[in-house]
Design a protein around this ligand. Structure first.
Ligand SMILES: [Zn+2]
Length: 99
């Protein structure tokens, strides 16, 4: 197709999609911003306008993890006394069997 002819108010232009030369009046703006010929023009796909509802993934309630509590032990006796606190809660089965 020879597009080298004069047409009032029109000029030669290149299609942004197929790179063929057309008169500017033959080109049309496509949805993606390109100036394209009639054969290259296409409507935007309807799925581009699909709106998916946003799912609320938040949990109903929560709380912060409490601060760690440390015991200050300055001597070995402090350590022994502190560990005895835990030992008192455990029954000593061997000593009960002997009694
Ligand atoms: Zn084209």
């Amino acid at each position: 197709m020879n597009n080298n002819y004069w047409k009032r108010g029109s000029w030669n232009a290149i299609c942004d999609s197929c790179s063929f030369k057309y008169k500017s009046s033959h080109l049309k703006l496509r949805w993606d911003g390109l100036m394209v010929c009639k054969e290259c023009w296409e409507a935007r796909h309807p799925m581009d306008f699909l709106k998916v509802p946003v799912e609320d993934l938040s949990i109903p309630w929560s709380r912060h993890e409490p601060e760690d509590q440390f015991v200050e032990l300055n001597s070995y006796e402090d350590y022994v006394n502190w560990t005895n606190v835990f030992d008192e809660g455990i029954p000593n089965w061997e000593s009960e069997a002997e009694v």
